[in-house]
Ligand binder design. Structure first.
Ligand SMILES: O=C1O[C@H](COP(=O)(O)O)[C@@H](O)[C@H](O)[C@H]1O
Length: 455
């Protein structure tokens, strides 16, 4: 059988994403599946001298004993300004196989590169992969989509959301649809609320320049957490293929809006002040490198959404993500309505819940049952699986789709636009100062009283 081949041309390869996520993801994929892959890094700075070392260290970071010399056909770095059509032609000439042009670039630069690509004859089968954020708002996302579809068909466009490559995110579908006990209860009749939380102990980690222009809402909720919401809320699929999955995701998101259409009541924002997270002292967010103190950038965002489908009408979906929080909490929690009181038993049944940990892969079920003492006293007990984070790194999973030409795990253009449409009223309300920017000390659990139960 012939091996699939591709030349991955990374634009903006000098950035943090390439070495922290993209190359380790590629290494984790190439140690599991054989491809003929050439990697060309390109960027404004000249990194030619250090490129081999960057690739080697990034492959080692994947922790899979990956040796780039054994796994890659070849790799090189070409200093280049990819907003020029002439330069792009030169870069594409260096590709030995069908190119995957990977935009590890800010959205405005991606748009300029797309303009320049209109003057370039792209080799048959060229794929375009774009990092988030996809645009900076609904309008710019629409413009970028229009530009992209002038270049290649939608099926050759891969808008990256590495959460779609997390094994537990994908497991949401299997868990739901393969288990009658869950699928039967997975609806408004039984579910009280759904909480999708991605709180991190990590802070900016040198990404202040990017983060300060995004904030937690755009960095995490507008993209990743809305995708997770769509999988939790999805209707059963007639087939698991890219067309069915993405059409159904789009349908869920088209039915999703801010709770009560009231972005002020349905959203909260805060940012960290100086504090200690684990063993690390952190400065106040405004004193971090790359941060403009005049901007009101939030490092913790929460919104409540409604999914207005017959299955979910009336169930709040709370999405929250923060940086520099006391402990990592990366969970989807489906809280069921409490059962009616049972005569003769001591204690009321509490809400059962199922908790899926997106990073560790642990699944836990909190149930009310008779404890070890009095046989008629109800206690809440947790049944949980082992941690099973998945073999392939999320970026490896997503790259596999790109190399195989299957956009199943990438974001379709209309979906990216829907995600912007959902958060737009919140962004407007925040820009107009209608929602106060609260504060929390780095290393704390966030401001009090936000209403997402911990754990
Ligand atoms: O895309 C992003 O995701 C990470 C969290 O995902 P992980 O796979 O690295 O755990 C987040 O820290 C980062 O701010 C955001 O840009």
């Amino acid at each position: 059988m012939t091996k699939t081949s591709a030349s991955i041309l990374i634009l903006g390869a000098g950035g943090d994403l390439t070495k922290r996520l993209l190359l380790p993801g590629l290494a984790s994929l190439l140690t599991r599946r054989e491809y003929d892959v050439q990697v060309i890094g390109a960027g404004l700075d000249d990194r030619s001298d250090v490129w081999d070392e960057i690739v080697r260290t990034s492959f080692e970071a994947a922790d899979v004993g990956a040796d780039p010399d054994a796994l890659l056909d070849s790799t090189e770095y070409i200093p280049a300004d990819a907003t020029s059509a002439e330069v792009l032609k030169r870069l594409l000439d260096a590709c030995a196989h069908t190119p995957v042009i990977y935009f590890a670039l800010p959205p405005a630069v991606s748009a300029k590169v797309c303009e320049a690509l209109r003057e370039v004859e792209l080799p048959e089968g060229t794929r375009l992969a774009l990092e988030k954020p996809f645009g900076t708002d609904l309008e710019s996302a629409r413009r970028l989509n229009r530009l992209l579809t002038l270049l290649v068909p939608e099926e050759q466009i891969f808008r990256i959301d590495h959460f779609l490559g997390m094994s537990m995110v994908l497991n949401v579908l299997g868990l739901r649809f393969a288990n009658r006990v869950l699928e039967g209860a997975w609806r408004a009749e039984h579910v009280e609320r759904v909480e999708i939380v991605f709180d991190e102990t990590l802070a900016l980690e040198g990404r202040g320049g990017y983060y300060d222009s995004a904030g937690a809402l755009v960095d995490m909720l507008q993209s990743h957490l809305l995708e997770v919401l769509s999988l939790v809320a999805l209707e059963p699929l007639p087939r698991l293929d890219q067309a069915e999955l993405r059409s159904n995701i789009a349908q869920v998101l088209r039915s999703t809006r801010v709770w009560d259409d009231d972005p002020v009541a349905a959203s909260k924002r805060a940012r960290y002040t100086a504090g200690r997270v684990g063993e690390r002292d952190l400065p106040s967010y405004v004193d971090e490198e790359g941060v403009d103190p005049a901007r009101e950038t939030e490092t913790l965002a929460q919104i409540t959404c409604a999914v207005d489908t017959p299955r979910w009408r009336g169930v709040p979906f709370v999405l929250r993500s923060g940086k520099a929080i006391s402990a990592d909490r990366t969970t989807v929690t489906v809280r069921f309505k409490p059962a009616p009181e049972i005569p003769g038993f001591i204690g009321e049944p509490k809400s059962d819940s199922i908790v899926l940990d997106l990073l560790s892969g642990e699944v836990a079920l909190d149930l009310s049952m008779n404890g070890s003492g009095d046989p008629f006293t109800l206690e809440q007990t947790r049944l949980s699986t082992d941690k099973a984070p998945g073999d392939l790194l999320p970026y490896g999973q997503v790259l596999e789709g790109i190399l195989d030409g299957d956009p199943l795990l990438s974001v379709r253009g209309d979906i990216a636009e829907e995600c912007w449409r959902i958060v737009a009223p919140v962004l407007d309300a925040w820009r107009d100062g209608l929602v106060p920017l609260e504060e929390y000390a780095a290393g704390s659990a966030g401001p009090d009283g936000w209403g997402t139960a911990a754990g």
